[in-house]
Design a protein around this ligand. Sequence first.
Ligand code: UDP
Length: 415
Amino acid sequence: MLTSVPVGTNSLKNYEDIVDEEIIEKIRRLGGEMKGLRVLNLSSTAFGGGVAELLYTLVPLMRDVGLIADWQIIRGSEDFFTVTKLFHNALQGMELIATPEMIDTYLTNNRNNADMFSGEYDIVMVHDPQPAAILSFLEDKGKKTGKWIWRCHIDLTAARPGVWEFLRPYIERYDAAVFTMPQYVKEDLGVGKISIVAPTIDPLSPKNIPIEYDTILNVLNRYNIDIKRPIITQVSRFDPWKDPLGVIDAYRIAKEEVPGTQLLMVASMATDDPEGFHYYEKTSRYANGDPDIHLLSNLEGVGNLEVNAFQRASNVVIQKSLREGFGLVVSEALWKERPVIGGDVGGIPLQVINGKTGFLVSDTEQCGKKAALLLKNPEMAREMGIYGKEHVRKNFLSPRQLADYMQLFIDLYQT
Ligand code: UDP
C-alpha cells in the first residue's frame, strides 16, 4: 500500500466571507452532482514545496463538499529523487543527458509504486513527473480504474527534448492533463483533454491567517531580526531556479541606497530535493558572514507561523526566480499586502502586475533598484499591497481552484 497523508478537516463555509459568492455556489452545485465520487491525489512528498501546500487544503475541502477524497505519496529510493530532480531541472531547460541507469531508476521506482497501488477510484490526479509512469504499469496489467489526470506544476516551455520525449508517452496514457498556463502545454502532447488551472493559496492556513503584531515581534526576536530596520524577504527552496545568489546581489544593491536593510532568506528543505542542502551551503558561503543576511529553514524551526510572520514583517518581498511554474509565495505575500518584486517568468506575471501589485524584473540590478525604490516610498508599497491583496482574493484563493478541479472531474467522469 502507498502511504496516505493525514490532512485534518476543513469546511467550505469558512470561506464564505472571503471569496465571491458565485464560486461558493458553483462548488456546492457541483458537490451535489458528484456526491461520493472517489478521488485520489498522488504525489511525491507530503512536505515542502507548493504541491504539498495545495493538497493540505484541497483534500479536506473536497471531502467537505461530498467527494471521497484521499492523498497518497509514493515511495522512492534516494537515487530516485536525485533522478527526478534532474528530470525536473531538464524539464525547466537545464542540460541533461539521461543515462540508461537514470531511466532504469525512474521506471523501477514507478513500477514498485504501481505494485503497491491499491483501491478503486473514479478520478486519480497524479502530480508532476515523479509518479507519472505508474499509470502505464497499472494499465499494462489491466488494473487501471477510473479517469487519470496528470497535473503538471512545472513550466515546460524550455523543456529539453530528451527528457520530454522520454516522458511524453507516459503522459499520453492519461485521460487529461492540467497545466498552470496555456504556454506550458507542449504542442506535441497527445492527450484527450487539456485544462488550464492556476494554483491558489489558502487564506485560512496557518501560513496565511491574520496574526497579532506581538506574535510577529516574538518570531522576529527569536531569530534576531530587527523590526525597526527595513526587511527584504525571499521565501523559497534553495534551488538554482530561485536564484538565491541573485537575491543576495539585489539586497546588496538596495542596501547601498538604504543602509541598515536586512535580508531574510527562508527555505524549507523538501525530502524530494537533495539538491537543496548543496544550494543552502553555496548561498551561505556567498552571504560571507554578513550579519544582516539571515538564512533560515525548517532545520532552525521555521514552520508556517514563522513564514507568515516573516512575510508580514517584510517591507518588500522578492521572488527572483529565473523559472517558476507559478510561485505560491508571490500570492502569499500579496495576500498579506506586501508589494512583490518578481522575476518576469512563468506564473509570476499572473500575480505581479507591473507597477500595480509590485514590479517585474529581468535582472539583479533592476531587482535591487526596485527594492530600494519601495523601501524609500512606503506609501507606494502600501498601495501596491492593498491592490495585491484584492487581486489575490479575486483570482488565487483555494475555492476557485476547487471549483476548477471539480468541473474537470465531472466533465471527465461524464464522458
Ligand atoms: N515554503 C515554506 N517554508 C519555506 C519555504 C517555502 O513553507 O521555508 C512554502 C511556501 O510558503 C510556499 C511553498 O513552500 O507555500 C513553495 O511553493 P512555490 O510555488 O512558491 O514554489 P515550489 O517550491 O513549489 O517551487
